[in-house]
Design a protein around this ligand. Sequence first.
Ligand code: GTP
Length: 417
Amino acid sequence: LSKAVILVGGPSRATRFRPLSMDVPQPLFPVGGKPIIWHQINALSKVEGLKEIVLIGFFEDQVFRGFLEKCSDEFPGIQFKYLREFTQLGTAGGIFHFRDFILRGNPKHIFVLYTDICSSFPLAALLRHHEKQGRLGTIMVTKVDRSMASNYGCVVVDSETSLALHYVEKPETYVSDLASTGIFVLDREIFQFMDRIVQHQTMDPEHDQETDLLEGIDRDFSKLRLEQDVLRTMADQKKLSVFVTTDFWRQIKSAASAVPANAAYLQQEARSGSSRLAQAISGGPEIVGSVFIHPTAQVHPEAKIGPNVSIQAQVKIGPGVRIRDAIILDKVVVKENAAIINAIIGWESRIGRWSRVEGSPFSTTYDGHEITHDGVKVNNICILGQDVSVKDEVYIRNSIVLPHKDLNTSQHNEIIM
Ligand code: GTP
């Protein structure tokens, strides 16, 4: 028997997801036609013996209510629960605080998944590996570009025994190109282990503060961090196994990174032959590659859509429209001959005739913050917030537009407030 925890964070953490998180909490933002955390839940639902999924975060209670009701219908074998932290407790603090609830029903293993990631979630393989190694916990890692390793939590592993030798958060000098994916499985005994860490932190804070100071670690005792506090100690005590995935994985930290995540999930669906993807049919719009079109959206037969496009509910797309590598959110209207490329169009926005909303392709090596090449930004997805209006024949390129703006003139490389 196992259980799962998804760490959903809270409203204050989603600032990097602006302007889109102003209207929907990041965990519910749609990629691949489904809310981000639906993909975690869908993968967990396929783990044998997993009967309960707990979301832990510091959003208001009602934020996930409707979504979890829908999940209960879609995944009838699974119980769902949202547990709210009264204050931000850190990535292990909430798990520790709600341990009695998590341990109810005596689960042997607890999966812990972050929200801000996109993956095929090979959880059955992770669990098999974990059981075979027989250590307290297992961290899933993925190989990243060596030059990007300093952006991640990195794990040094003994490849013969799968034993984690060190965990280093965002190392300044190179230690390993195996990055933590935000996917873990832990034995139930982890709570005794966390308890000892908490005791140690609170009983002996001065000693810790001193060594922290020496090591330049800035520690906040009101928080317990899963990776820096718990997993790092597990690695030091030879209690942590490592599982390397070669499947797709990336972070969804910024709003722009929702575009490649959307593409990754749509392509996964295409490989699995999913019937949810749009099919090219005679008399219908031209469909290129992997495309999701919500059943309530209206797409004109003379439009050309794809690859890597999600079109959400009640969107209206006119004739001659071209869209690729984009997410079009609910109730957007796109007028004839407009083009939308490498972009996210916010809810209820209107794109005029012959206008163009275009970003540059997202960097494939790193999702995170801006990357420049010869002073030019290369991962500039164009993002329009909710209820933005682009007038006819206007060209919006590589820009981020906050909600409720009317754009009458063309804009390049701007943040429009
Ligand atoms: P940086 O983003 O690089 O600063 O790392 P971090 O260690 O602060 O955490 P990260 O942003 O990697 O968050 C990992 C996941 O945990 C995300 O899904 C967050 O939403 C979630 N999360 C982070 N902090 C908390 C917390 O205090 N409580 C809860 N419940 N979730 C959290």
